[in-house]
Design a protein around this ligand. Structure first.
Ligand code: SAM
Length: 252
């Protein structure tokens, strides 16, 4: 099995594929100051197995297009939606976030947790804007420096992994420059990384290795995830996901 298939196998059994939490999804939703009974059309881009999609579906009178380029994740999401009795609110769409088949001004809200980095924060914010109605809401979480300076080991790691990583003030400036009015920002707390993401992943390592014959490739995936977890634990004072909430300026 190639590395990509192995990564899918490790992550598709998880409730979420990145740091986050139901309470934090709800907090971001509350920052939007919506009437939750109002009918809304939402796209959840890079939805994975649907952690945020299900939370939104439970709380809103919405139709949600859950977008991911991996059918395996969308299949899990559909099963979870059926079990949670919200499947009538959700339709899945297998598509690249770089080439979305949406109409101009189709959506009231675009939601994207832990996924916009795949296209780049500025490009995603810019490209996806056209799909929002005037005054529509953009909610995205993005890996963010939480301090102005940081140790060189950490800087070096992220310069290689994702050079676009920046401080919140820069990301908020991007939102303003790209025709949005920022509404709110908060930092995901530590439990979103540990209890909700890393610990369940570590608990899946043994089964994952067994399923995949304990091959060198499978062990390399576990080593790489373990390295990321160690780095997070060492440097969590300097880095987190930021949750950004903004509305599309009606006149831009
Ligand atoms: N939002 C989910 C969550 O918080 O659990 C998933 C986050 S995971 C870190 C990123 C997701 O983006 C994955 O499900 C991955 O399949 C999806 N993804 C990556 N690149 C993509 C692309 N170019 N187009 C669509 N989806 C993509």
């Amino acid at each position: 099995m190639d590395d990509f298939r192995l990564l899918i196998d490790l992550h598709k059994h998880a409730l979420r594929q990145g740091p986050g939490g139901d309470a934090e999804t709800t907090l971001a939703l509350d920052l939007c100051m919506l009437d939750k009974t109002e009918p809304l059309k939402i796209a959840d881009i890079g939805c994975g197995t649907g952690a945020s999609t299900l939370t939104l579906a439970r709380q809103l009178n919405a139709t949600i297009t859950a977008v991911d380029f991996l059918r395996e994740f969308l299949d899990v999401l559909e099963n979870r939606a059926t079990k949670a009795d919200v499947s009538e609110k959700i339709s899945t769409l297998q598509s690249s976030m770089e080439n979305l088949p949406f109409d101009v001004e189709e959506y009231d809200m675009i939601w994207s947790e832990g996924a916009i980095y795949n296209i780049g924060f500025e490009k995603g914010i810019n490209d996806w804007r056209r799909y929002l109605k005037p005054g529509g809401l953009m909610v995205a979480s993005e890996i963010t420096w939480t301090t102005g300076g940081r140790p060189s080991e950490l800087q070096h790691y992220w310069d290689n992994e994702y050079p676009e990583i920046d401080v919140a003030s820069s990301n908020i400036s991007i939102l303003e420059k790209c025709g949005y009015s920022p509404i709110g920002y908060f930092v995901l707390p530590e439990h979103c990384w540990t209890d909700n993401y890393y610990t369940p992943m570590q608990e899946r390592f043994d089964d994952f290795l067994r399923r995949n014959g304990n091959t060198n490739e499978a062990r390399a995936i576990v080593e790489s995830e373990t390295k990321e977890i160690k780095l997070y634990n060492k440097y969590k004072d300097y880095i987190s996901y930021g949750m950004y909430v903004a509305s599309k300026q009606p006149w831009s």
